[in-house]
Design a protein around this ligand. Structure first.
Ligand code: IMP
Ligand code: MG
Length: 172
């Protein structure tokens, strides 16, 4: 049976989300901001983040799947659901659950840049710097974590554990 060991408590997650929301309120003050969540892992983060912000934002979603061999920097990202709103001339913030190899965010930034947003940045709740294969850094980050498999607060293992309110390591 897999075991869960809490890595980041519910309280620590919520405190950090509120800090990030305050920073975004300052940095995007008076700007037309689109929070673009990457399905499905970002849903709880985006939901809490947007409600903790004082500014009004537009919310949209994109879904991507990546196929790579994990050993090299090659890999293919397929868009399974594109965003609905027009992003041209608007400020876009990609909202991710976790940056692991960096492939997904690298690809999304390239794809979306071609659609001429006013700016394109990325916020990720989690990052595994030791797992990086592509040189991408989140513009806003919740927590750096070790290179181990984590679940909860949107992150899954075969669609399980997404609704846990904390982040846990999954140990077999
Ligand atoms: P990438 O390697 O940076 O492209 O990350 C791709 C995706 O893999 C992330 O958006 C997550 O959905 C998923 N992922 C990476 N690490 C973990 C993990 O530890 N737990 C659950 N999902 C993960
Ligand atoms: Mg994801």
């Amino acid at each position: 049976m897999p075991e869960l060991s809490v890595l980041i408590s519910q309280e620590d997650v919520q405190n950090r989300v509120h800090e990030l929301a305050s920073q975004l309120d300052i940095d995007y003050m008076g700007k037309d901001l689109i929070l673009l969540g990457v399905l499905k892992g970002s849903v709880h983060f985006l939901s809490d983040l947007s409600r903790a912000m004082k500014s009004d934002t537009t919310i949209d979603f994109i879904q991507a799947s990546s196929y790579g061999n994990g050993q090299s920097s090659s890999g293919v990202v397929q868009i399974r659901k594109d965003h609905d709103v027009n992003i041209e001339g608007r400020h876009v913030l990609i909202v991710e659950d976790i940056i692991d190899s960096g492939l997904t965010v690298k690809h999304l930034k390239e794809l979306l840049s071609a659609r001429k947003p006013a700016s394109i940045k990325c916020i990720s709740l989690l990052s595994k710097p030791d797992a990086r294969l592509h040189d991408v850094r989140p513009d806003y980050l919740g927590f750096d974590i070790p290179d181990s498999f984590v679940v909860g607060y949107g992150l899954d293992s075969a669609e399980k554990y997404r609704s846990l309110p904390f982040i846990a390591e999954l140990t077999v």
